[in-house]
Design a protein around this ligand. Structure first.
Ligand code: ADP
Ligand code: MG
Length: 965
């Protein structure tokens, strides 16, 4: 209330901020007036003058100050150039289509441009011309010569906008490039060398990973820094895609999966469970008929645990009484005092599935079914106890003990793998539906993005889930892959010195943009008042009724020739609607965000008389829908949403597709109680009450302002939850991010070093004294181990020292260290002097890089395992993040030590780069051996919640500490 009053008196913060920018807009327009008298050449000459001037300013900060000063003039130059192009009316091509320039920046667009230059997010409605807005700050910032990037959501838009706006840049004397998926490195490098570069987030991100994580020479790298980026459709990229990191992966070295083997049994198990659940559902119906509501609710709850998508269950949920009964049962079981009972209830099933958290858990019964002869096949052995027993056995020698332990460890790993495979198969069968979460194409499982409905070929679910789904569908099971390089979108964009974004919908997520990216949002007013009419939602009991109503509405529109755009949340829903429309013989187009260019053309025509366009929410995004003639009189474009999305933002995005630039237009959402949002996130409770109040009958609908509110409350709840998940992803990735930076910086140092040998010598200077100290016992009171040191030296370096030549006992520890490093360097110099110097250098570089890469990849693998492992600890009231941070830190210290100077005695293999010196130098032990194996990969057993705790207490995992000793 207070906030509201203050707003009335003072104007909102946003209004105040914009008001402060208005004088700048006026100055731009004054300059624009002045520049009208210049010739084209004079206008263009400014670009070169500024570029030259800025090139002389060494510090970025000072360059920025200068940019702020020249902003009004620079923006005016761009606007003036746009006018000249408009006057000329000459034709150019954009994506193979002829085009004429017809835009001069509006004042609100200048305003947007200033906001973008200042590293903020400009919220500007669809159709307000954000593509043109970006030209202003891109021009200005490109004057520094540092290369600026514009990030689009797909390749087609990157190309379209680069070619379209390229007309203007070209006129102004700036070069523009465009990254496309299929470009070779040489071509990419050319594009990045341009003043301005357009491309998608994943192309930019993958280029970063390839440049810093894989390239072995400067010549192989394509990017040239991260100075300024504007992210178009910034909400889609920084929020919707934030949970999927970019990963470059290669085939794993070993694969031990057993998905094929377990598939038939799991299939049977799922079938058995479904039969059981059907029986329970029928029983529940009986109980309800007998008036035993409590028992009925309890049975329904059990079905929900065992088979959340059971048909009878879903039907029963439509009945308010029954729904209430099951909610009551569910609530009461989650009370602490009834933990045991809930556990017993779960044990009556073969396994339980949690729809919200995507988890599957095997029960005792389930385990018995899968392996009646050995119910322990799915229980992790108690390693700690076993190890202790082995240690205490006096009849065993140390060697035998080690051997026995290794055997037990291997056994444990196998069990863990099996448990893991089975739980992934259960998830694949019970939670992943074909044509919803994935489709099968060309004998491959292709993931469908849950937010956008877009297919994502090449992406794979991690941690074996993908293989499990492949097994389920009977397609070729690909080898498991291993991460070679990875970064989250969030962390990629954090690399930029300055970041800005634009979209039609940022306001609802303003807090997240601020907290995570330090990006503030300014809402820019539209050029003309918005004339869109947003109707209240229509709410139905069942999906069937909802879809029928949607079809009726479409038919009405089609008859009066009003164009209609129907938004869906999944490919599946699009296809269903399409089938229904075909039955009605209503011609229509379906867009699934698959063929961006063709779909853009279709969307462009979606405003013509009588067109019906069905589209998932990413399809055709970024393309303007212009109204056909006579359409404004028919009410403009009508947008129908067939389901409320999890995020309000996506709904706003859909509504925003109509009524651009002051056009007429209207929108309405259709909702049913069976929609996922309503079922899963609390909306159902309230709705149940509402249904009763209104006594909703078959085929009837509800429509009221406060019903919308109720839906939005559910959405806010989901938004909050999703935000926390994203935040969590980021918190975890932060740890890795710091490490990645250290490693990549070191890597680039190696690539850039003119004298890689000095880097190797640095390593020798660090590693050899450490070893000498270790053998000669500087800290401990032990006898110096001269023989050991001699052995180490001779096996690591081809020195051929003998006792007589070494004479360790005549020198102090430090003198020995000096003596050895000297001898090693001498030998190295002597050997390499016979070789071609550049060849030696590149070999040296390669050796160090190779060592870094192998170790880093191993580290990534271990970090994956750790990340998974720490989640188990959350049961023990430990914050997994803190656990992760601590262990990740230890592992990283190990990693750096390993990169710099350690060898791996356990495997007896030579480690780089110390060992590699031997390789360069010639005849040492382990020469040419480039494979590294590291002890950093710690076993992280995967333990089910009902399995014994790995600490060895004998208690169940979920009730114990979760410590892996
Ligand atoms: P947005 O990305 O904001 O949704 P677009 O950049 O796709 O919008 O532009 C939408 C339409 O508005 C395009 O057809 C473009 O030609 C037109 N447009 C943009 N700015 C202007 C302008 N200043 N004058 C005239 N037309 C403009
Ligand atoms: Mg756009």
């Amino acid at each position: 209330m207070i906030g509201w009053i203050l707003k009335k008196i003072l104007g909102s913060k946003n209004q105040r901020e914009l008001k402060r920018l208005m004088p700048i807009v006026r100055r731009v327009n004054d300059f624009d007036e002045q520049f009208k008298s210049l010739s084209d050449e004079e206008l263009r000459a400014k670009t070169a003058i500024w570029k030259e001037e800025l090139a002389k300013i060494p510090e970025l900060e000072d360059q920025w100050k200068r940019l702020d000063e020249i902003l009004p003039e620079a923006f005016a130059i761009v606007k003036n150039a746009a006018r000249r192009l408009k006057d000329r009316q000459d034709s150019f091509t954009v994506c193979d289509q002829p085009m004429k320039w017809d835009m001069v920046h509006f004042d609100v667009q200048l305003l947007g441009g200033i906001v973008l230059h200042r590293g903020r997010i400009a919220e500007m409605a669809t159709g307000e011309g954000k593509t043109l807005v970006a030209t202003l700050p891109l021009y200005l910032n490109a004057l520094t010569g540092r290369g600026v990037h514009l990030v689009t959501v797909n390749d087609y838009l990157a190309r379209r906008d680069a070619e379209w706006m390229g007309r203007l840049y070209d006129f102004l004397g700036l070069t523009v490039g465009c990254i496309q998926h299929d470009q070779e490195p040489d071509l990419r490098r050319e594009q990045y060398a341009m003043d301005i570069t357009y491309g998608t987030n994943s192309e930019f991100g993958f280029d970063y990973l390839r440049d810093n994580g894989m390239a072995t020479t400067r010549e192989q790298q394509v990017q040239r820094g991260y100075y300024y980026a504007i992210v178009d459709e910034v909400d889609s990229i920084l929020i919707d895609e934030a949970r999927t990191p970019l990963i470059i992966s290669g085939p794993a070295t070993i694969s031990t999966h057993q998905y094929d083997r377990w598939k038939p049994l799991i299939e049977q198990l799922v079938r058995k469970q479904n039969m059981l659940c059907n029986r329970m559902a029928s029983e529940a119906i009986e109980k309800f008929e007998q008036g035993n509501v409590e028992m009925g609710g309890r049975l329904m709850f059990k079905v929900k645990l065992g088979q959340p998508r059971n048909k009878q269950l879903l039907r029963m949920m439509e009945d308010p009484d029954k729904r209430r009964a099951v909610d009551k049962a569910e609530l009461s079981f989650y009370q602490d005092t009834r933990k045991e009972e809930l556990f017993a209830l779960k044990e009556e099933l073969f396994f339980t599935i949690d729809e919200k958290s995507n988890e599957a858990d095997l029960s005792e019964q389930g385990r018995n079914f899968l392996n009646p002869d050995d119910p322990n096949a799915f229980v992790l052995p108690d390693l700690i106890n076993e190890f202790t027993e082995i240690d205490l056995d006096p009849s065993l020698s140390q060697e035998e003990k080690d051997k026995k332990k290794a055997e037990r460890q291997q056994h444990c790993d196998e069990q863990a793998e099996r448990i893991h495979n089975i739980s992934q198969l259960l998830r694949a069968y019970c939670l992943f539906e074909k044509d919803v979460q994935y489709v099968i194409e060309e004998n491959k499982v292709v993931i469908v993005d849950e937010f956008t409905g877009r297919k994502m070929p090449g992406r794979r679910w991690s941690d074996g889930l993908h293989q499990a789904v492949e097994a389920k569908e009977g397609v070729q099971i690909d080898r498991e892959t291993q991460t070679l390089a990875t970064i989250t979108i969030q962390n990629y964009f954090r690399l930029y010195q300055k970041l800005a974004g634009m979209t039609g919908t940022a306001e609802t997520e303003a807090a997240e943009f601020h907290d995570i990216y330090k990006l503030d949002v300014n809402v820019i007013p539209t050029n003309r008042p918005v004339a869109r009419k947003d109707h209240n939602d229509r709410i139905y009991k069942t999906r069937r009724e909802k879809y029928n109503a949607v079809i009726n509405e479409i038919r009405d529109c089609h008859v009066r020739e009003q164009p209609v755009l129907v938004g869906t949340v999944s490919v599946e829903a699009s296809e269903l609607l399409s089938r229904m429309l075909k039955r009605e013989k209503i011609p229509h187009n379906v867009l699934n965000a698959k063929f961006h260019m063709q779909e853009a053309e279709i969307v462009q025509r979606a405003g013509q008389p009588g067109t019906v366009t069905i589209s998932t929410n990413m399809a055709g995004r970024g393309t303007d829908i212009k109204l056909g003639s006579g359409i404004p009189d028919k009410g403009g474009l009508f947008v129908i949403g067939t389901e409320r999305h999890e995020a309000r933002r996506i709904d706003r995005q859909l509504r925003g597709r109509c009524a651009r630039q002051g056009d007429p237009g209207s929108s309405r959402f259709y909702v049913s109680f069976e929609d996922d949002l309503m079922r899963n996130f609390g909306a159902a409770d309230r709705m149940t009450r509402i249904m009763e109040r209104f006594g909703l009958e078959e085929g009837q609908e509800l429509e009221h302002r406060w019903l919308n509110k109720s839906v939005e409350t559910a959405q806010k709840r989901v938004e909050q939850r999703n935000y926390l998940i994203r935040k969590r992803t980021l918190d975890f990735d932060d740890v890795m991010n710091m490490q990645r930076e250290v490693v990549y910086t070191y890597r680039n140092e190696v690539i850039d070093s003119e004298e890689p040998r000095t880097l190797i010598y640095e390593v020798v200077d660090e590693a050899v004294p450490a070893k000498v100290k270790e053998y000669l016992g500087a800290e401990r009171d032990e006898e110096p181990n001269y023989t050991g040191l001699l052995h180490w030296v001779n096996t690591t370096f081809p020195l051929g020292l003998t006792k007589e030549k070494a004479q360790f006992d005549t020198r102090t520890v430090d003198e020995n260290a000096q003596f050895l490093t000297g001898r090693i360097k001498d030998a190295y110099e002597r050997k390499s002097s016979h070789e071609e110097p550049t060849a030696v250098k590149s070999l040296e570089r390669y050796i160090i890089l190779n060592a870094i890469d192998r170790l880093w990849q191993e580290h990534l693998y271990a970090m994956d395992a750790l990340r998974e492992g720490v989640y188990l600890r959350s049961y023990a009231q430990k914050d997994p993040l803190i656990e992760y941070k601590t262990e990740a830190y230890d592992m990283f210290v190990d990693l750096m030590a390993n990169i710099k100077n350690e060898d791996a005695p356990a495997r007896g293999r030579q480690l780089q780069p110390v060992g590699a010196m031997a390789a360069v130098a010639g005849d040492g032990d382990g020469a040419g051996e480039m494979t590294l194996d590291l002890p950093i990969r710690r076993a992280m057993p995967k333990v089910g919640r009902n399995e014994p705790c790995p600490c060895g207490s004998g208690k169940k995992y979920k009730n114990c500490c979760g410590r892996v000793a």
